[in-house]
Write a protein that binds this ligand. Structure first.
Ligand code: GDP
Length: 195
C-alpha cells in the first residue's frame, strides 16, 4: 500500500451514530498503552495523527482514518484502565459491541497484545468476543524491539496459548521503532481487500 493521503475523518462517541462509510474498514483493538496509536501512525507513515496514550477518564471514541479514499483504519477505544468506573466500562463495551455488530464495511479486525506479556483477561475477552461476532482476528504482538530475537518464538507461543487462538490464526510481531511487521500487515490488508 502506497500512502498518498490520510485524514481523521470521523470521531464517534458513545451517543454518535456510526458513519455509513462506503469503503472497507479495518479495525484495531487493544488495551491502552499496547502501542495501538503507534501502530496506526506507522501504517499511515505519520508521526502523530493517531492519538497517543489515552488517559483514564479521557473520552473514549472510535476514530476512522481515511487512507487514500480507499479504506478506513478504525481505531477502537483502548481498554483495561483499572481506574475507569463500571459505567464507563459498560459504555465502552456497548460501543465496541455495536460497532463489531453493525458496521457493514468492517472487513477485518486486528487485536494488539504486548509481545512481552501474557494476554490479560481483557485481551482474552476481546478475542473471544471478536470470534463470537464471526471474525477471525489477526493478532499483532507489539513492541517486538523490546525482546531479544531468541525470545521471539517463545513469546509468540505464550500469546497463542494465552488467547487460545483459532487454528491457523495469523500472529504478526510488530515494532513501531524498527517498523518490523509493517509490510506484512499492509500485504495482509491488501489481500483482505482483494478477496
Ligand atoms: P496506545 O495507548 O495503545 O495507543 O499506545 P501508544 O501507541 O501511545 O504507545 C504507548 C507507549 O508505548 C508509548 O510510550 C510508545 O512510545 C511506546 N511504544 C509503542 N509502540 C512501541 C514499539 O513498537 N516499541 C517500543 N519500544 N515502544 C513502543
Amino acid at each position: 500500500m502506497i500512502i498518498k493521503n490520510v485524514s481523521l475523518e470521523t470521531v464517534c462517541g458513545y451517543t454518535s451514530k456510526l458513519p455509513k462509510n462506503t469503503k472497507p474498514e479495518i479495525a484495531f483493538a487493544g488495551k491502552s498503552n499496547v502501542g495501538k496509536s503507534s501502530l496506526i501512525n506507522a501504517l499511515m507513515n505519520r508521526k502523530a495523527l493517531a492519538r497517543t496514550s489515552g488517559q483514564p477518564g479521557k473520552t473514549q471514541t472510535i476514530n476512522f482514518y481515511n487512507v487514500n479514499d480507499e479504506l478506513y483504519l478504525t481505531d477502537l477505544p483502548g481498554y483495561g484502565f483499572a481506574k475507569v468506573s463500571q459505567k464507563e466500562k459498560e459504555k465502552w463495551g456497548t460501543m465496541i459491541e455495536n460497532y463489531l455488530n453493525s458496521s457493514e464495511q468492517l472487513r477485518a479486525v486486528f487485536l494488539l497484545v504486548d509481545i512481552r506479556h501474557e494476554p490479560s483477561a481483557n485481551d482474552k475477552m476481546m478475542y473471544e468476543w471478536m470470534v463470537y461476532q464471526g471474525f477471525h482476528p489477526i493478532i499483532i504482538a507489539t513492541k517486538a524491539d523490546k525482546i531479544k530475537r531468541s525470545q521471539l518464538q517463545k513469546q509468540l507461543k505464550v500469546i497463542r496459548l494465552g488467547l487460545n487462538t483459532e487454528k491457523g490464526a495469523i500472529l504478526i510481531p510488530f515494532s513501531a521503532e524498527t517498523k518490523q511487521g509493517r509490510e506484512e500487515i499492509w500485504d495482509l490488508v491488501d489481500q483482505i481487500l482483494a478477496s
